[in-house]
Design a protein. Structure first.
Length: 230
């Protein structure tokens, strides 16, 4: 393993932290955020299949307008702007900073559906920008994960083999897409979700980034120990 590629939303950063912003303006913030996120992802699939790319920021705004209609909510433009800006202030999961520190021996790269502006702002706001060697957005290929072209971005940037890349994601569609592409995949399954029945499984299922760091350290130790025998 030479490099680790990280998904962002739901993997490094908690989309559920949007609930804090929504609480002040709607009665069912948890359900609203879940619906907004689901529609956001659904729109990425639609746009990819139709061959009509729109960046993630625009798709997020479209999904917000749909979700507001679904819940019969009318919010002024200023309120909608605050909701959209909240994506730039998502909270990293508690173990993320320390786990990234434990993984410094690898090249660490982000590969996200997020637009370049969204990703740059989020990483700067949370102080995590220095933890990564590169931040890759599917905006460069104008198609969303799980399309193979999206995963190809990491391969092109890292200039290594697929087998030498570890991919970390909390999203089932992303796990399947990355594994089908040929990466070694760690499913960060924080919620105990059930795996999709597509005949494709991750190489390991973990509950946090800490567990990935521990697995890789153990594997590295075994390789070193084995190598010392020769």
């Amino acid at each position: 393993m030479k490099a680790l590629v990280f998904d962002v939303y739901g993997t490094l950063f908690d989309v559920g932290s949007l609930v804090d912003v929504c609480q002040a303006i709607m009665p069912e913030p948890e359900a609203f955020v879940a619906s907004w996120r689901a529609k956001q992802l659904e729109y990425t699939f639609w746009h990819s299949l139709m061959g009509q790319y729109e960046d993630f920021q625009q798709i997020t705004a479209e999904a917000l307008r749909y979700t507001l209609k679904r819940y019969h909510l009318t919010i002024p433009e200023e309120g909608q702007r605050r909701l959209l800006e909240a994506w730039s202030n998502l909270q990293p999961y508690p173990e993320v900073r320390m786990a990234l520190g434990r993984l410094k021996r690898y090249q660490r790269v982000i590969l996200s559906n997020g637009s370049p502006v969204m990703l740059e702002t989020l990483l700067n706001n949370t102080g995590l920008q220095t933890e990564f060697d590169a931040v890759l957005s599917v905006d460069a290929v104008k198609i969303y994960k799980p399309a193979p072209q999206a995963y190809g971005l990491a391969l092109q940037h890292l200039r290594t083999t697929r087998e030498e890349i570890g991919f970390l994601s909390a999203n089932g569609f992303d796990v399947v897409g990355a594994k089908a592409f040929g990466f070694t995949v760690y499913w960060v399954n924080r919620t105990g979700a059930v795996m999709d029945e597509l005949g494709i499984a991750p190489d390991a299922v973990v509950r946090s980034l800490d567990e990935v760091a521990t697995l890789l350290q153990e594997k590295s130790g075994r390789v070193t120990e084995g190598g010392s025998c020769f």
